[in-house]
Design a protein around this ligand. Structure first.
Ligand code: AMP
Ligand code: ZN
Length: 500
């Protein structure tokens, strides 16, 4: 292990921060509910996956061997009107359901690549694990926590609750009466024994497109079942961390726990981590409510919600500036501030990495500056150790950046900083920026930052030429820019430019 640091994480089960202890020392099993691939992932989904990517990266940084499983939901996720989301997408686009799944899986992977997230260790698809799900339904039936009705199989919630006090409700923290009242299982409502019962196998209707044979009927598994079956298959009956967005606590995660308990009598995960929602106009960003902006729209600026396009790295930095358990509201002003903050951090990083380390300037004693730098480095780590608080870590890096800039413009003498402290600072910046946050330079193709800088310089030179009545240079710049597709317009306030 790299550095054994006491890691605290907020466990939804206890409602408290707990010191993390993995089942097998040095190893972590983590399952995160992945996307439902019937539409492009929206920015809210991206926030959740970026948050878990940073959690994965930090665990790796600490030296754990992590098996990170993130599924692809390509069947069985019902809309409120009881229709399979995959089939719904298929009907709209007139494609085969698996074609829809493939298209949006590819799109999702591309989005994860653009955000520079690491691929999970295993990415199982629900449709690739039908036998495992059928087996789990059977074991829940065998243990008496489910019943068959007209070819569908339902989880018997009241029986489970009676025999396993304190389990159902442990994720969402809600009392049973609320859970019963809120249950959203609408399909075949009347054939269930109790409204809170939920389907773990559904008999197909004539319009259902994705169906499989089972001992009970030709049908398909309930949405909640896939995560129980796949986490058990790849991580074991009980594993370390289970994650997902807040909105999945009920019914999805609550039902997952019930299914795992129901089939093997044990809890699936020791720690449940939930990310908070990305908001738009103060409301949860959501595909089904139509209140969302896609990442592509944000990158291109092609949306009335933003004044310009933002690079994926600026957007990622915007997400990391908030702790994963806080809500985050997308606004143009906040994005502008994040973009500025990101560029400043990256400039400081470059400056620092190019800074020579000169042992001749060093007289051997530790200075106050050394101590201040080391304590800020410790703050950055403590932020991450405290439930992966990226906001605290970024604040510490920004303060450290202050020292780097002072060194660079000689407000601070190099003799104030011991060579090993400067080396450590370089490593810490590299580690946090690249390894832990997964940030990288803005790509020239994906971003306008470099172009904006160059245009500012060119228009400045052109303005000086015009002041000196050097029309030849002024025209040369304008004409050369026109050839590469940039139009310069002269106005009262000076020149402006746009891409043609
Ligand atoms: P879905 O594709 O709808 O199943 O969602 C995939 C993941 O994104 C789940 O973990 C959701 O909890 C999460 N998610 C959905 N909407 C948001 C949002 N507005 N902000 C953050 N995470 C979200
Ligand atoms: Zn899930």
């Amino acid at each position: 292990m790299n550095e054994i640091r006491a890691l605290k994480l907020y466990n939804t089960l206890s409602g408290k921060k707990e010191t993390f202890k993995s089942i097998v020392p040095g190893h972590v099993g983590m399952y995160v509910c992945g996307p439902t691939v019937y539409y492009d992932a929206h920015l809210g989904n991206c926030r959740t996956f970026v948050s878990f990517d940073v959690i994965y990266r930090y665990l790796l940084h600490l030296g754990y061997k992590v098996r990170y499983v993130r599924n692809i939901t390509d069947v069985g996720h019902l809309t409120d009107d009881g229709e399979d989301r995959m089939a719904k997408g298929a009907k709209i686009a007139q494609l085969e359901p698996m074609e829809v799944a493939q298209k949006f899986t590819v799109g999702f992977h591309e989005m994860m690549r653009v955000f520079n997230t690491l691929p999970p260790s295993i990415e199982p698809r629900a449709t690739g694990h039908i036998p495992e799900q059928i087996e789990m339904v059977q074991s829940i039936l065998d243990r008496g926590y489910a019943y068959e009705r007209n070819g569908s199989v339902y989880f018997d919630v009241p029986k489970f609750v009676n025999e396993n006090p304190g389990v159902y409700g442990s994720v969402s923290g809600r009392v049973l009466e609320d859970l019963y009242a809120e249950t959203r299982e609408l399909k075949n409502q009347d054939e269930k024994n109790h409204p809170a019962d939920f389907a773990i196998w559904m008999k197909a209707r004539p319009q259902d497109l994705m169906v499989w044979k089972s001992p009970w009927s030709v049908g398909f598994p309930g949405w909640h079942l896939e995560c129980s079956a796949m986490s058990t298959k790849y991580l074991g009956k009980t594993f370390d961390i289970h994650g997902g967005g807040n909105d999945l606590k009920f019914p999805h995660h609550e039902n997952e726990v019930a299914q795992n308990h129901g089939s093997c009598g044990c809890s699936p995960a020791n720690y449940w981590l939930h990310t908070n929602m990305l908001l738009l106009n103060g409301k949860k960003m959501s595909k089904s409510d139509g209140n969302f902006i896609t990442a592509a729209e944000l990158f291109s600026g092609d949306s009335p919600l933003v004044s310009k396009g933002y690079s994926p790295m600026a957007v990622k930095f915007f997400m990391l500036m908030a702790h994963y358990r806080s809500t985050l509201d997308i606004t143009d002003d906040a994005l502008l501030a994040a973009e500025k903050g990101f560029r400043k951090l990256m400039e400081t990083h470059k400056l620092l990495q190019n800074m020579p380390v000169d042992p001749r300037n060093f007289d051997g004693s530790e200075t106050d500056t050394d101590r201040a730098i080391l304590s800020l480095i410790e703050n950055a780590y403590q932020g991450m150790d405290d439930d992966f608080n990226t906001a605290v870590a970024i604040a510490a890096l920004n303060e450290l950046g202050g020292y780097v800039n002072k060194l660079a413009n000689q407000q601070l003498s190099h003799s104030e900083v011991a060579p090993w402290v400067l080396e450590r600072l370089k490593t810490v910046f590299k580690t946090f920026i690249h390894d832990i946050f997964g940030l990288k330079e803005e790509d020239a193709n994906e971003d306008n930052g470099t172009l904006e800088g160059l245009m500012e310089l060119l228009l400045d030179i052109r303005a000086q030429a015009r002041q000196q009545k050097d029309w030849a240079t002024s025209d040369k710049i304008r004409d050369a820019l026109a050839v590469v597709g940039i139009q310069v317009k002269d106005g009262k306030e000076g020149a402006t430019w746009s891409k043609t």
